[in-house]
Design a protein around this ligand. Structure first.
Ligand code: ZN
Length: 130
């Protein structure tokens, strides 16, 4: 089963929690044992798994990424979003989570992050349950 969801991000850099949406799609699929792939078909956004309890993890991550890849570095790409392309490469465009007894085997503190690096934009996320 493959589902496409639409998101609207509200800031240039933003992390949205996809965990509940993905959980719902896994449930709907009725797949008991398998995998779910969460894939972002964009070159300036990414997907990651990390802590979804303390929101400062997200802000620390964004602050760190901005120090690692500053917006105003002298890049060649003229679109003005090279930092976002590089952050997208570093974080990656998909995550895979095993499913057992109809549930994702996420750790207790783990959530699925959609990482926006060049918003606000309309975005898609592809969720494939097999
Ligand atoms: Zn670009």
């Amino acid at each position: 089963m493959i589902k496409k969801i639409n998101l609207r991000t509200g800031k240039r850099e933003e992390i949205l929690d996809l965990t509940d949406i993905v959980k719902e799609i896994v449930k709907e699929s009725k797949i008991v044992a398998g995998t779910v792939v969460v894939y972002v078909p964009h070159t300036t956004a990414a997907v990651a798994i990390n802590e979804n309890a303390d929101p400062t993890v997200k802000s620390d991550f964004n602050n760190f990424m901005n120090k690692l890849v500053p917006y105003d570095m002298p890049f060649s790409h003229m679109e003005g979003n090279s930092d976002a392309h590089i952050k997208s490469i570093l974080v990656g465009s998909s995550v895979t989570i095993p499913i057992s007894e109809g549930k994702m085997l996420l750790g207790i503190w783990q959530g699925i992050y959609f990482c926006e690096f060049d918003g606000p934009r309309n975005r898609n996320v592809i969720i494939s349950v097999n």
